[in-house]
Design a binder for this molecule. Structure first.
Ligand code: 5GP
Ligand code: ZN
Length: 115
């Protein structure tokens, strides 16, 4: 777990542009944005991804959605629209093995979910 880059961001061992933070979630700008708004909504608890969640994580999973709405408001895309993405595993191109949701917006994201 010590090698996990998102745990390091959670612990403030490496800097990030924090958009929102509470007891269970941190949200920060993606370092390599793919849209004018690209925020990562990350559980403070190290969960490996969607495959790593269990019943006991229900509350934090719900909180991710509430934070997503809040981040959309903070970033001014609540009314223009946005998209959430959670990548999982090899075919999903999950790079960081710590649960996170991408929030993308600020432009027309197109009608397709995959390239
Ligand atoms: P994944 O493919 O795992 O869903 O996405 C990982 C995301 O984390 C990528 O969009 C990548 O740009 C972002 N990322 C990787 N390292 C860092 C970092 O050190 N800081 C920030 N802010 N984002 C990062
Ligand atoms: Zn982690």
């Amino acid at each position: 777990m010590n090698d996990c880059i998102f745990c390091k961001i959670v612990n403030k061992d490496i800097p990030s542009k924090i958009v929102y933070e509470d007891d269970s979630i941190i949200a920060f700008d993606d370092i390599n944005p793919e849209a004018p708004v690209h925020v990562l909504i990350v559980t403070k608890k190290h969960l490996t991804g969607i495959n790593g969640v269990e019943k006991g994580d229900k509350e934090v999973l719900g909180q991710m959605f509430l934070v997503a709405k809040k981040v959309a408001e903070i970033k001014g895309v609540k009314d223009s629209g946005y998209r959430f993405i959670i990548n999982s595993g090899r075919n999903g191109h999950q790079l960081i093995k710590h649960l996170h949701m991408h929030l993308l917006g600020g432009r027309d994201l197109g009608p397709k979910l995959v390239a």
